[in-house]
Structures are given as structure tokens and as C-alpha cells.
Write a protein that binds this ligand. Structure first.
Ligand code: SF4
Length: 425
């Protein structure tokens, strides 16, 4: 069969279609870059915000419109709205998140073990979801109950993958020539706590660094309350990327309480300080929600001031989006939409200024860059774009395309959202 894989939303969704691609290929099927002429399209949906949910429906309709013969839908939106998903034209099957890991075995009628023996080397998925770096799912679900969060409802209880299975995926990626591995999950920091012999994320990281030749290992989003100062001793191994994405969500203690977040501005600041003490020039990025129910002007000012005081290297600002079924959606004093948007704009300015100040501090330095994209220039060779380990987006000109390769680059100037530089001989 010709199979088209589409995904909306988070890195975990991306990791899941990468794993599906390897399974379908193992069974002799071809992954194609477009729904045109595809025998089957699988769409991994998202519902973290209302716009993500509508993007998911649009992707399903697009796959049908562009000619995919059969459609299978999975992911967070269709898990919460199976009836609506099944009604969409061409949808043959809706597979809930809890059965997603068995999707290929179920569709192809083969035992799951068929995929586990001798996994194929990773190949990037053709088309818009091609990624240089390999996203590897290590954990799913979450046992926390942040009041705004629909993911914990859509993905169920926290469950960790076994270290051996994760190592097999890492090796399959390295066999495919991958240089950087990104570990991902819903609640990454809880990896191992539910295993028969409880373990910690630190065990997983040192296991991968100890047992594989991975050139670069990056961690996805980590909840601040899962980490302590000892955790940062792992960064003595320079293959671990100096990048911590720690969702703050609010800089106001009273808002964090209404969000049921297990952190406070003080404990967050202490953790950031411990990270900076242990990891030189570490990039700390974050997520913040503005316009959470009941958020007063004073509470928002606390968030602005605290965000400024954290010197983040970047981050995302989310306008609060009420998700049906979450406690926050039932809260009184919902903030009017216009005000949410104003607060979003104000906080974006603070985060962009902090990001600009962080990256400009690296001008004049030389850093290794892993090239992720290449564009041929009319008469000057190739414009390369890639990432440093501390998540700086770097551009440089090179005589030849150098996708998925490292170069040391002397950083010379700023670009709109990153830096540019010169390849060192
Ligand atoms: S930690 Fe909170 S925000 Fe993150 S997935 Fe769990 S419930 Fe959602």
C-alpha cells in the first residue's frame, strides 16, 4: 500500500507517526509525501486548543479531498470526539490514543512482535513532516491534573516505555544516520516512576548516553516540579543539549494555584538558578498562558515582571482557550477575549526581547551547528539553516548542501529570529 501520514500538534504526535512509518515500511508498505494516490491516510489529531482541533478536522478533509482512498484517524481530538471523527467523509476507522501503539498491527492484521524484532533503520518521513532530528516517544499520558489541560484527559494515565524498547528506537535512528535524538512524552519527567522497578528520567538519559553513540541528545518539555539540582549533573556529558524547556504557565502564585500547577514562582526561580549554575550558558525556554480565568491586572503584572526576571532564551505565549471537559472551562470570571489578546501581545514583547538578548550574547563565539535545511541560492552556493545545542537557530552560506551534518560556525550577526555566521575551516 501507499500510505500517507499526517500529524497536527506536538512533538509526541510527530514521534508517533515516525514510529508508524517504520512499522508500515517493515511490513513492506511505502510512505508517500501526499494523500494524492494514497491507499491509506492516517491522521494523528490534536485538541490542545480549539484551533488545533479545527486544524485536525481540516487535515482529515484535505486528505479525503486530495484523493486518499481510506482514512484512519487517531490522536487527542478524535479520542475525545470519536463520533464526530467517524462522521467525516472517508473515515474508515477511529483509533483512540490508548490503542494507538497497536494501530499498525491492528490495521495490517499482524502481531505487534512482528515490528519489535530487528527494527528498520529510521528514514525521515517524506513531505512536510520530514525531520532531520528523530523524535522518540519514551512516555505517554499524565497523572497531573492542571485545570486548563485537555491532554491529560485525552491521553490517560502516565505510562512509560521500557528502556530496552527506547534504546532499540534510538539505535534504529542512529542506523538511519540521525545525529540528534529528541526525547518526548506527555509528561517526560515522570518516565520510569510507573515501571515495575521504579526509575527516574536521569536513569533513561544516562542509559542512552552510556549505551549508544548518539552525537546529540535533547529533552523536550519538562515540568519544573520533576527536577532537582542533582539532575543537572547529567550535563557533564556534553552530548546532552544545553536546552531546558520548562513550562512556567504563569508568574503569579495565585494563578498557578488555580491552575493546580505543582510549582511556585520562587521554586521555579530556584530551579532555573540551579540549572544555570550547573550548565554553562544553558538556554531556558518556557510556555506561558495568558488570560486564565480570573486573571486580574495585578496577577498579569506579576507574570510580566516574573517572566522578565527569568531571562528566558525564548518561549511560547498561549492565549487561554477553554477546553470542554477541563475544570478551568467551568470556572467563573472568564477573561474577555480582547483582553486575553492584549496580554498575549504584551508578554510576547517581553519574551522576544529576552530571546534577542540571550542570542546576541553569542555573537563572536564559535559553536557546532547541526544543519536541518538547505536552500540553493542563485549564484552563491547554499543557504543552510540549523540549530546549536542551546537552541540557537543559525544560518550560513556554504558551497555545498550539508543537510544533517555538523559544522563549527563563528557567529557574526543577528537575523530576525536567530543568528548568522561563517563556517570555520
Ligand atoms: S503536567 Fe499538566 S499541563 Fe502537562 S500534560 Fe500533565 S496535566 Fe497537562
Amino acid at each position: 500500500m501507499k500510505i500517507f501520514l499526517d500529524t497536527i500538534g506536538c512533538r509526541l504526535n510527530q514521534a508517533e507517526i515516525e514510529s508508524l512509518a517504520r512499522q508500515f515500511r517493515k511490513a513492506g508498505h511505502e510512505i508517500v509525501p501526499s494523500p494524492k494516490g494514497a491507499d491509506l491516510a492516517v491522521v494523528n489529531t490534536c485538541t490542545v486548543t480549539s484551533s488545533a482541533a479545527s486544524d485536525s478536522r481540516a487535515a482529515i478533509r484535505r486528505a479525503r479531498r486530495l484523493g486518499a482512498k481510506g482514512l484512519v484517524v487517531t490522536g487527542c481530538w478524535s479520542t475525545l470526539e470519536p463520533g464526530k471523527a467517524a462522521e467525516l467523509p472517508g473515515v474508515r476507522k477511529v483509533i483512540p490514543n490508548l490503542q494507538k501503539d497497536l494501530l499498525a498491527a491492528d490495521l495490517l492484521g499482524v502481531p505487534q512482535e512482528f515490528f519489535d524484532s530487528e527494527p528498520l533503520a529510521r528514514q525521515p518521513i517524506p513531505g512536510i513532516h520530514a525531520r532531520t532530528r528523530a523524535f522518540i516517544k519514551v512516555q505517554d499520558g499524565c497523572d497531573n491534573a492542571c485545570t486548563f489541560c485537555i491532554t491529560t484527559i485525552a491521553r490517560g494515565a502516565s505510562r512509560s516505555r521500557q528502556l530496552a524498547d527506547i534504546l532499540a528506537d534510538v539505535r534504529s535512528a542512529l542506523d538511519g544516520g540521525t545525529q540528534e535524538i529528541v526525547l518526548t512524552g506527555v509528561h517526560l519527567g515522570s518516565w520510569g516512576l510507573d515501571l515495575a522497578t521504579p526509575r527516574h528520567l536521569a536513569d533513561l538519559i544516562s542509559g542512552i548516553l552510556g549505551k549508544t553513540s548518539v552525537a546529540r541528545l535533547r529533552l523536550s518539555s519538562l515540568e519544573p516540579w520533576d527536577l532537582d539540582a542533582d539532575f543537572f549533573s547529567l550535563w557533564q556529558d556534553q552530548r546532552l543539549c544545553r536546552h531546558l524547556h520548562l513550562p512556567l504557565q504563569s508568574g503569579s502564585e495565585t494563578v498557578l494555584k488555580r491552575m493546580a500547577r505543582k510549582t511556585t514562582p520562587n521554586s521555579f526561580a530556584e530551579l532555573a538558578q540551579a540549572a544555570r549554575a550547573a550548565i554553562p550558558e544553558v538556554a531556558i525556554t518556557t510556555d506561558v498562558i495568558v488570560g486564565f480565568p480570573g486573571e486580574t491586572e495585578a496577577e498579569f503584572s506579576e507574570t510580566l515582571a516574573f517572566t522578565k526576571s527569568m531571562y528566558f532564551a525564548g518561549g511560547h505565549v498561549f492565549t487561554y482557550s477553554a477546553r470542554p471537559g477541563t475544570p478551568a472551562a467551568r470556572m467563573q470570571a472568564q477573561v474577555r477575549h480582547e483582553l486575553r489578546k492584549e496580554r498575549n501581545a504584551a508578554l510576547r514583547v517581553v519574551l522576544e526581547e529576552a530571546a534577542k538578548s540571550y542570542r546576541s550574547g553569542f555573537i563572536g563565539q564559535t559553536l557546532p551547528v547541526l544543519w536541518e535545511s538547505k536552500n540553493q541560492l542563485k549564484d552563491e552556493g547554499w543557504l543552510l539553516e540549523g540549530l546549536t545545542d542551546n537552541y540557537l537557530r543559525v544560518q550560513a552560506i556554504a558551497p555545498e548542501p550539508r543537510w544533517n551534518q555538523f559544522d563549527t560556525v563563528r557567529l557574526t550577526a543577528e537575523t530576525t529570529d536567530g543568528l548568522k555566521g561563517i563556517l570555520c575551516p
